[in-house]
Design a protein around this ligand. Structure first.
Ligand SMILES: NC(=O)c1ccc[n+]([C@@H]2O[C@H](COP(=O)([O-])OP(=O)(O)OC[C@H]3O[C@@H](n4cnc5c(N)ncnc54)[C@H](OP(=O)(O)O)[C@@H]3O)[C@@H](O)[C@H]2O)c1
Length: 329
């Protein structure tokens, strides 16, 4: 089979490099075109990937991407993706965006959180693979979910779909610093983060809107930065409806993810970040107190893999009709 030609726009960033690392070992694709900003002169290489992928990164060119590739992964700042994504789709390229620009379906919310986001005629598929496999097959533009939403949604969607939750949903989440990208800021540079834990975006983080969209209910979402380079853990607090027992909760998760190769349902054995880093797994565990009906769920993943590049590749596999695990197991 002739490999499918792939472009990566944003190839020098954290998510872009992870994408290339995974794509280089994928049996059915070839990264022909890797681009970033034109902010430095000449082509660049990725020293960390020497021997894995020895291509060059060149300045972003829509014409070149459209001419050389059948599908493009965008790991770009949102305002750049807002222009590049629709332009590539219009030229027949299938686009998998890892950023947030196209994730929110509600126009007002989209403009609130992503002011550069255009109004599109192309339908956008939200790329939480486990819930949108059918839509992905025809998709031209895929908005891959954020890392926090992926962890929270995989833990909560089975309960929402089975109508088991009674009342509020609270999500307390912690992410490693690579979640903020490679450009350091006052919040993310080493001497701020080392030895520190900080909440941010409290009652006002754009991933809260994304989680609410997919759960169809209000949530209280509090993200934290923790001094890890990668990995993300979300603890979700809910109360379940009267009459729901531990066996019903376990059966709900077992059935929701019976055919999901990258969701590991752990039950009582609570997952940890070290169990999932450098993999495309999201692990989910929980503890349930039947007397009070309180259910505490813990889900975790690698923000750069299942939270970004790995899930995007999983979406590409489904969109092209290949085994969902190709290049990821
Ligand atoms: N990091 C994560 O864990 C994670 C998880 C889920 C989703 N995401 C999303 O994925 C996207 C990329 O995140 P990241 O963490 O990989 O960011 P990053 O490390 O900051 O990388 C950004 C990439 O975009 C390129 N770029 C910047 N401005 C550009 C321009 N004007 N034209 C062309 N290329 C440009 C950069 O190239 P230069 O090297 O030339 O600057 C770099 O390759 C973001 O939308 C982010 O929200 C990230």
């Amino acid at each position: 089979m002739t490999p499918v030609s792939i472009g990566v726009a944003g190839a020098s960033g954290y998510a872009g490099q992870e994408l290339i690392r995974l794509a280089a070992r994928h049996p059915f694709i070839r990264v022909t075109t890797a681009m970033a900003s034109g902010s430095t002169d000449g082509a660049r290489t990725l020293p960390a990937l020497t021997g894995v992928w020895d291509g060059q990164i060149t300045p972003l060119s829509l014409d070149q991407l459209a001419a050389e590739t059948q599908a493009v992964f965008m790991t770009l700042p949102d305002s750049v993706a807002a222009e590049v994504g629709p332009a590539l789709v219009a030229r027949g390229v299938r686009v998998f965006d890892i950023g947030g620009t196209f994730r929110l379906r509600d126009r007002a919310l989209r403009h609130q959180w992503y002011p550069a986001a255009p109004d599109l005629e192309t339908p956008v598929v939200y790329g939480l693979t486990e819930y949108y496999r059918r839509e992905l097959v025809e998709a031209r533009l895929v908005a891959c979910p954020g890392c926090y939403p992926t962890a929270a949604l995989l833990a909560l969607r089975p309960l929402i779909d089975a109508n088991l939750i009674d009342g509020d949903v609270i999500i307390d989440a912690k992410s490693g610093i690579s979640g903020a990208g490679k450009k350091p800021s006052e919040r993310t540079h080493f001497s701020e983060c080392h030895g520190n834990v900080a909440a941010y975006g409290v009652l006002g983080h754009r991933h809260g809107a994304e989680i609410e969209q997919e759960l169809r209910q209000t949530v209280t979402f509090t993200p934290h930065l923790v001094p890890l380079d990668r990995g993300l853990l979300a603890t979700s607090y809910v109360r379940v409806r009267p009459g729901v027992d531990g066996a019903a909760i376990a059966a709900t998760f077992a059935s929701a993810y019976a055919n999901a190769p990258f969701v590991r349902v752990r039950g009582d054995a609570l997952p940890e970040i070290k169990h999932v880093v450098h993999t495309n797994f999201c692990d989910i565990g929980w503890k349930y107190d039947a007397a009070s009906r309180r259910l505490v769920l813990v889900s975790c993943l690698d923000n750069l893999v299942k939270g970004a590049a790995g899930q995007a590749l999983q979406n590409l596999n489904v969109a092209f009709g290949w085994d969902e695990t190709a290049g990821l197991s």
